[in-house]
Design a protein around this ligand. Structure first.
Ligand SMILES: [Zn+2]
Length: 341
């Protein structure tokens, strides 16, 4: 019961091109053996299959999926988008990514284990219903949430996204619903340049979309304060039945894609914080999905810290230090109109 469900599969290396790009199989190549060597028998490895069309269609349009198929045939891998390269194995690899998430979700719902981590690629949180972007083809977190709702009649799901970039795709998928709450903490004025505090959801979803843009050079102290002071309180009011974490590691100080300064150890703290929330509101159900993280060294070290926390049954408490810079963000934040902190 204390094992951690995990997806790690060499087929995630199949989406690749010649030439340099930050999102490449090298992100996972030494991470996989390190995870197996360090945590070995405490992991329960599950084998993914490609997600069936009917689940993709819950989030993405057929028009978009056909576009992906057509562009994959083009000799220029960047014919669709300047970041999101496409080759013959791209869609299959993304489908396998989703499949890994669903497999973990099924096992969590069956009480096979309580927590899971899908170490997949390419990432998914930028993929909108009708458009792929930012290295993302299929939105794994969104497809998993829809799948859980449909298969297990779960009414309320919380998706927390701590990738340094705003999860625009996930936001769009659930912007008008109160069934899925989306909470994104990310660096402001960075790709994809969405995710302001005013994007609070619409229609029934008003108040169920929470963006926490932070400034350059924010790090452990501010992130822990902002998540620690909000998530638990909001989750106790929303009462999600399942928590999905879009886990991006590109806010690490050593990742040159951002100027956020999170430490390796912070990713352990963050996982502990999510464990605490999951224990108190949804019987520990917690699924991590790998998003960004483009320095393979800091990515590996930080993922190991996350797993170290997730695999520990005890739920420690996270101490929160006062941070004036973070306090000022919360004071002005429109989430106060919908939730009591
Ligand atoms: Zn990112």
């Amino acid at each position: 019961m204390n094992r951690l469900g995990i997806v790690l599969d060499d087929r995630y290396f199949n989406h690749q091109i010649e030439g340099p790009t930050p999102e490449n199989p090298g992100r996972l190549r030494s991470l996989y053996p390190a995870v197996k060597d360090t945590f070995g028998s405490r992991l329960q490895v599950v084998n993914p299959i490609e997600v069936p069309d009917k689940y993709i269609q819950q989030v993405h349009s057929n028009f978009y999926i056909n576009q992906i198929r057509e562009h994959a045939l083009n000799s220029n891998p960047f014919s669709y988008d300047k970041d999101t390269y496409l080759m013959d194995e791209s869609l299959a690899t993304a489908r396998l990514g989703c499949g890994g998430c669903l497999e973990l979700a099924d096992n969590i719902m069956a009480d096979e284990f309580k927590r899971g981590f899908a170490l997949i690629r390419p990432p998914g949180h930028h993929a909108e219903p009708g458009r792929g972007m930012g290295f993302c083809i299929l939105n794994h977190a969104a497809i998993t949430a829809k799948y859980l709702q449909q298969t297990y009649k779960i009414n309320r799901i919380l998706i927390v996204d701590f990738d340094v970039h705003h999860g625009n795709g996930t936001q769009e998928a659930f912007y008008e619903t109160d069934n899925v709450m989306f909470f994104s903490i990310h660096q402001a004025n960075l790709f994809p340049f969405s995710g302001t505090i005013d994007e609070v959801g619409a229609e029934k979803g008003l108040g169920y979309n929470i963006n926490m843009p932070v400034f350059s050079y924010f790090g452990d102290e501010e992130y822990t304060y902002l998540l620690g002071k909000t998530l638990h309180a909001i989750a106790e009011q929303f009462m999600p039945q399942f928590i999905i974490v879009s886990a991006g590691y590109d806010g690490h100080a050593d990742d040159s894609i951002s100027s956020t300064t999170l430490s390796t150890k912070w990713f352990n703290t963050a996982a502990t914080l999510f464990k605490q929330v999951a224990r108190d509101v949804c019987d520990d159900r917690l699924l991590f999905i790998l998003e960004g993280g483009y320095n393979p060294v800091s990515l590996q070290d930080s993922v190991m810290e996350t797993i170290d926390s997730l695999i520990t049954p005890d739920v420690g408490r996270v101490g929160i230090l006062h941070s004036e810079r973070a306090v000022s963000i919360l004071r002005e934040h429109p989430l106060n109109d919908y939730w009591v902190l």
